[in-house]
Design a binder for this molecule. Sequence first.
Ligand SMILES: Nc1ncnc2c1ncn2[C@@H]1O[C@H](COP(=O)(O)OP(=O)(O)OP(=O)(O)O)[C@@H](O)[C@H]1O
Ligand SMILES: O=C(O)[C@H](O)CO
Length: 511
Amino acid sequence: MFRNQTKFLVISQIKHRQYCTSLPASAKMAKAIVSDLVQIFRSSVSAVQPDKLIKNTIKYDGTTDQLTIAGDTYNLLNKNVYLVGAGKAVQKMAREVEYLLGDKIKHGIISIPAGSKSDIVINKYLRYSEGAKNNLPDKCAEATAIKIKKLASSLTANDLLLVLISGGGSALMPLPKEPITLDEKTDLVKKLANAGADIVELNTVRKRLSELKGGQLAIRAQPADVVTLILSDIVGDPLDLIASGPTVENTDNPGTAIDIIKKFSLFDQLPLSVKTVLNESNELVEFPRSKVKNHIIGSNTISIREAMTEAEKLGYMPIDLSNQVAGNIIDVAKGYVKLAEVFCEVIAGTLHKAEFKATIESLNIPGISTEFIDNDEVMSCLKSKDVCLVLGGEITVEVKGSGKGGRNQQLSLEFSDILHTVKEKFRDFDVYLLSAGTDGIDGPTDAAGAIGYLDLVSDSKDENIDVNDHLDNSDSYNFYKKFREGDLHVITGHTNTNVMDIHLLVIKRKK
Ligand SMILES: Nc1ncnc2c1ncn2[C@@H]1O[C@H](COP(=O)(O)OP(=O)(O)OP(=O)(O)O)[C@@H](O)[C@H]1O
Ligand SMILES: O=C(O)[C@H](O)CO
């Protein structure tokens, strides 16, 4: 569960009660939906708490010294176990491995986000190092990466290296190939991200420029056995890209990274060091396939399943639409507005099934499923219950101004802005969107995300806050901080896990 969760709950409950006593009925209803959305999101995050996932994957029998990981058994009788890790969720993963293996772990280094370290000491040979403030690689994270490289390079055939990986691992284990400096590499990755490069593109470039990514940690650990446990934060769970795949064979064509940099017109301005490394041919080291195992232990799918269960408990008709949402923020926001529109039409009985299906399929929302349309029970529930569409994934945003924000806060704001332009279509309905990152940190902000809704634009005018000023300056964070006293900001702090973003779209017929 979240750090400070009790405090968070108490504060939101007090705030909720204060509002509820003074608000008109429609506003009370709105407060109730906001509170439901936050609760559904919180449940989806707690389902992917790393300790639970590790417990499900690893078993250790101290009497026989047998370690079982995802069905494979390792005899630890004459083996030394080492543990390394990097990512937003690995502290809790590592703690659980410590509880299970105790002093069997000879030594370990775990790279975790700045400001997230707990004081517990279980195994004194295991070090937790903080770094990568605001998810940006820094000298602390680089120093930790150097230690991890050194540890891996010292292993023998009697050793087992357990590697824990989760989203944020790329920034937490940065080690540029010489002669590239950390600043040069960070600058390029930042420019690519701000130009709208997606995580596949970013990590393809990172793998090419780094000493540990793209399978090189596993190569350096030879001749030891390497077993990696991965919490996925990328659509489709591609092993080689999650945290830039430090223990996964890199089969990319060496020219692909250059093509990506050129696509965003950044090649000509690259420093000589980066050009030099990009033009080097790959070292001909064979990847030790038989010695390395990678296992995904958790992903967005688990969060979505839990969100469905919680939404149902709260009385909604939940519909699991996609766990692969990706693409440009504007396209996704427009797609979600259209989605809300067709659901309202179907609920109102003005749209036939076939057209409903065809429109949803035409929205280009990756992975979208329309199977529910063939389920008569679901279709009849649409008319009697409030609907909660559940989606997950990770979209891209082009940062346009000097403001502060993240893709989730920006999505909720863009969505509300577009919704406003077709507001008359929703006369009989309320529509809400919660978009939030399961890691609790959306972009370089302290918010996980935010909630948008049908009347947000008009309500913000009443408060003299201009939505478009904030959208144009990529300043969604400051919008939500001011608007309704921050009531629609979803703020949880670091959640110690990370399985991409959750989008919850609620459609409610007005009574
Ligand atoms: N002002 C802003 N408004 C909107 N989005 C922004 C803003 N500043 C940065 N971003 C976006 O935030 C993204 C980085 O966010 P974040 O650090 O949460 O990444 P992440 O992909 O969730 O991290 P990880 O992949 O490590 O889990 C970048 O893609 C960038 O485009
Ligand atoms: O760390 C990273 O590379 C991203 O979170 C994707 O896994």
